[in-house]
Design a protein around this ligand. Structure first.
Ligand code: TYD
Ligand code: MG
Length: 467
């Protein structure tokens, strides 16, 4: 075996790009000043993850003989899933917590990652599972205080306040819990890696060790990862490809609701979302997000319209607001909150060219209320109508919902899952639904006699019909 040799390597702390020398700008994602020197041992067989892998295979010697299997001989049975006791989380996970899976939960500090996982631990320990909660950030007393806030603990949950990964691995091996939470991965360190906790090589090594433990011992492991100001978990693009499932907690810290979004899922579909509200007693599920998001909207204000976006399998109604006013600046201000800024600029250019509206010297603000962030092109038509409504200072009737993708020549293109979107609008009592013309029949079938369906084939037609 090659002799282990310690070398200096520079890692981009944001995306994990590896380089032999220091660089000012990362060639990966072009960020500046993200390179940090870390010492790594090349060709090292003493690393914890290596040792665990070989132990699982019955000693280092058996590493040399690999066995191949034909695909027909592999039993295709589904893994064992268990409910986390929180339906919104189960859905994002693809139907429950998969045994032996490694799930990363990322999000801004204070958004509620520890609270959610503590609730999962409470539910699963109450269901008779062995649960281990490892905290490298808080003392046992602090966790107890939070536990008291979220309610009664029926089961026996074990706490471990530790940051040394070898010690944690030892406990996991002797206890073999069903569920283990690591809060957070950035505080963990392994002696085998000399760089500081939270650095790319530490985070990578720690995750590798946890992955091996999860697979070998069949433990469902949740790891918490903090997100840096750029919006990625520190060292985390590295992390994302190593783990089975990546969930992000989003939402305005000032607003009380939180959105849990699936970004990667080896056991289910991605882009499912779970909606929660942070209350005094912890996170509470919001089972009816459309109603929640539309609560208290103005009914006859100009520049406001409701649209429908599909989040995974679930349609969600959201309100889009726009404010267009004459600019006092040489270069007009454009601002987008919750929707894509470039998309707003593009749609304004389409309106200028295809509908002859002089928006070039107007400031424009487009806002998705409730702090949601959505990028689905199905919101285009509603954004266009909101902008025109504000520009003309004429309101859109409050009972209208519009969705459809807008192309560069001003055409309204069809979008997926029209029937689900229309049904959701009808369920919430909307009377008129503006849909792309090609989807008219599908939409009519879904709406029955409860709502009027209007099919539009271009932006001009849509504007004429509602404003
Ligand atoms: P926390 O789970 O500690 O966030 P994270 O682990 O993502 O950093 O959540 C902390 C915030 O949530 C804190 O500002 C207090 C608030 N909170 C409540 O509003 N209600 C509660 O029941 C709990 C436990 C926390
Ligand atoms: Mg926390």
């Amino acid at each position: 075996m090659a002799k282990a040799k310690q070398t200096s390597v520079y890692f981009c702390q944001s995306c994990g790009y590896e380089s032999a020398k220091w660089m000012g700008q990362c060639p990966g994602y072009h960020e500046w000043n993200t390179f940090v020197e870390e010492k790594v041992v090349k060709g090292d067989s003493s690393s914890a993850s290596f040792r665990i892998a070989s132990a699982a295979k019955g000693g280092a010697s058996s590493m040399t003989s690999a066995t191949v299997t034909s695909i027909g001989d592999v039993s295709g049975e589904e893994g064992i899933r268990e409910s986390s006791g929180i339906d919104e989380l189960d859905r994002v996970l693809g139907g429950g917590v998969m045994k032996g899976s490694l799930t990363l939960i990322g999000g801004d500090p204070g958004i509620g990652k520890s609270t959610l996982l503590l609730q999962v631990c409470r539910n699963m320990s109450a269901a008779g599972r062995k649960v281990l909660y490892v905290s490298g950030e808080e003392s046992a007393a602090q966790i107890k205080m939070r536990a008291d806030r979220i309610g009664k603990f029926d089961g026996d949950m074990k706490l471990l306040c530790e940051t040394d990964l070898n010690a944690i691995a030892e406990v996991m091996r002797s206890m073999i819990p069903d569920v283990c939470v690591i809060d957070s991965i950035q505080t963990m360190y392994s002696e085998q890696v000399s760089s500081a906790p939270g650095s790319v090589s530490q985070v990578r090594e720690s995750t590798q060790v946890l992955m091996q433990l999860a697979k070998v011992l069949g433990i469902s492991v949740f790891i918490v990862g903090h997100v840096t100001k750029e919006g990625t978990v520190a060292g985390p693009r590295v992390l994302e490809h190593m783990v089975d499932t990546v969930l992000y907690f989003e939402g305005d810290r000032h607003a009380s609701y939180r959105i849990l979004r699936g970004v990667k899922n080896r056991f289910g579909s991605t882009n499912e979302i779970g909606v929660f509200e942070m209350r005094g007693e912890g996170l509470v599920q919001v089972t009816n997000p459309s109603e929640y998001l539309l609560n208290g909207r103005p009914l006859d204000a100009s520049g406001c319209i409701v649209s429908c976006s599909m989040e995974g399998t679930r349609p969600i109604l959201v309100e889009i607001q726009s404010l267009v006013c004459r600019s006092n600046l040489g270069v007009p201000r454009r601002q987008a909150t919750g929707v894509d800024y470039n998309r707003v600029n593009l749609l304004m250019a389409v309106l200028e060219k295809r509908c002859g509206m002089h928006l070039g010297d107007c400031d424009a603000y487009v806002n998705l209320t409730g702090g949601m962030k959505l990028t689905e092109p199905a919101l285009d038509l509603a954004m266009v109508l909101a902008i025109v409504s504000s520009f003309k200072n004429q309101s859109v009737p409050a009972s209208v919902v519009a969705f459809g993708e807008v192309g560069l020549s001003g055409e309204v293109r069809t979008v997926s899952q029209v029937a689900q979107r229309v049904s959701e609008a009808v369920r919430l009592g909307f009377k008129t639904v503006i849909v792309p013309a090609p989807s008219l029949e599908d939409a009519k079938k879904a709406a029955g006699r409860d709502a009027e369906i209007i099919g539009v084939s271009n932006v001009r037609e849509a504007v004429d019909r509602v404003i």
